[in-house]
Ligand binder design. Sequence first.
Ligand code: NCD
Length: 316
Amino acid sequence: MEKNLTATLGGKSITKLENFSAEEIRLVLDTAKEMKKIIQRDIKKVPTLRGKSIVNLFFEPSTRTRTSFELAGKYLSADVVSINTSSSSVVKGESLRDTLYTIEAMGVDAIVMRHKAEGAADFAAKVVKPVIINAGDGAHAHPSQALLDLFTIEQAKDQIDGLKIAIVGDILHSRVARSDIVGMLKLGAEIHIAGPKTLLPRFLDFDGVKIHERVEDAIENADVINVLRIQLERQQAGLFPSMREYARIFGINDERLKLAKDDVLILHPGPQNKGLEISTSVAYGNHSAIRDQVQNGVAIRMALLTLTLTGKKQNN
Ligand code: NCD
């Protein structure tokens, strides 16, 4: 499946995009293009992962990510089991380690994991042998979401290099924003972020990222606007104005959309708080690629599973 011999993801755990070269990201996007053709067929099943087993281990709620990893594995003929635990018990240490050991002992090839602790996926990749795919660890990283965002942008705009991409909202709590920024910069985009001051983390002083206090400045002439969900469950007291204030000052609505390019693409990772970070008419309007993101998510996850489980292993 590899297009060249230098980029290969065989046997590699996918915990964050910091570990990816631009060439490896390209490999995933090119592979996803092929996978998308399979999803669009009447019979969506290929034998690529027959005999491989995958466990989805979700300690935090999920609709899109879990379902799409599950379908991705099934379309590729892997055996897929989803363990759904919203257990509030300890983060790292014995209980997570023991769960991982138990799953490993059953002989699985990959564990797709979502956990509330930052670094949980890296921890898992250290303690067990199966490929670990991070489906979100706290506010840290969500690599498959960033890859599907890149794929969606590329499908709509042909290329990412040189695009002006605005990311708006709750950057502080968003693993999507962090992974997006890393991936988009690697592919040559220019990033503009905006949100309430209290939700803009200080660590974002990357080259290529511009921080704006006014959302209008961030979205002016943008090719893409990624609207983030306000993560009400991760908020601490005092970080956030009232909902009505937020919608008024930062909400992406038809009026604000006029500031962006005429063919601006609207992304949102879901689930959406309609009327808060995004208006209903923008979410369902002509510029919205939100439902494409969902379909592309299955293709990206098929690509990740194929490349990690069948790809040639790197010599190191
Ligand atoms: C995101 C997540 O869980 O980080 N959702 C998703 O995976 N589609 C974004 C969010 O919850 O806001």
